[in-house]
Design a protein around this ligand. Structure first.
Ligand code: C5P
Length: 215
């Protein structure tokens, strides 16, 4: 079975994807973490986001793997490093590059061939798994998404101003929506859920009602 979950930053995709994967005994693939790994490699290699050829080279060399919630890139654990605000800001710079997307989409499709997957990202229902059994698009009010991100960062000891976070999220969404390759889109056959004001359990229950065929 394949479940695709797309949506803007902070809509609750990864938390919910993990829960659904646990409920249905499926494997979760965090495709955002893969793009983040490439941005992290670029930052480690001198921070030049204008050198597209070099970014493509780094993406070709990058060996990304997962062990539960842990993320590894080139045999080094990068779980925490790829979640910093700096990496978040730069990930859309690498995610707009066609060749980078092609490389990662191949790996994501291969993963879906070998596993029953819940995959979250921006282009899962549109590009990676257009034949997915279920396609969800999670959205939420931008201020609520910024609040959730603030809380998440604080739990990791990072304090950020709410207004700045909101602006960053909006900028990231604009970049993701307006790029030519694999933009963030709501596909026609996606089930759209507005998670504003809903708990994780409520959103999961709604999704389960579709998956279990109640709805
Ligand atoms: O999901 P997450 O917020 O970790 O994604 C970080 C960034 O990775 C997104 O803002 C987007 O630029 C990129 N991304 C993407 N396609 C995906 C998943 C993430 O372009 N399938």
């Amino acid at each position: 079975m394949q479940i695709a979950i797309d949506g803007p930053a902070g809509a609750g995709k990864s938390t919910i994807a993990k829960k659904l994967a646990a409920v249905y005994g499926m494997t979760y693939l965090d495709t955002g973490a893969m793009y983040r790994c490439i941005a992290h490699c670029v930052l480690n290699q001198g921070d030049n986001f204008d050198d597209t050829d070099d970014i493509i080279r780094l993406a070709k060399e990058a060996e990304i793997s997962f062990e539960g919630d842990r993320v590894f890139c080139n045999n080094k654990e990068v779980t925490k490093e790829i979640r910093t605000p700096l990496v978040s800001r730069h990930t859309s710079d690498v995610a707009r590059i066609k060749e980078v997307r092609e490389l990662l989409v191949i790996q994501q499709r291969k993963f879906a061939k070998d596993h029953s997957v819940v995959m979250d990202g921006r282009d899962i229902g549109s590009v990676v798994l257009p034949e997915a059994d279920f396609k969800f698009f999670l959205d939420a009010d931008v201020l609520e998404r910024a609040r959730r991100r603030k809380k998440e960062l604080e739990e990791r000891g990072i304090v950020k101003n709410l207004e700045n976070l909101k602006n960053e999220i909006q900028q990231r969404d604009d970049n993701d929506r307006n790029r030519t390759e694999g933009p963030l889109v709501k596909v026609k056959d996606a089930i759209v859920i507005d998670t504003t004001g809903k708990s994780i359990k409520e959103v999961c229950d709604i999704m389960r009602s579709y998956i279990d065929g109640v709805k």
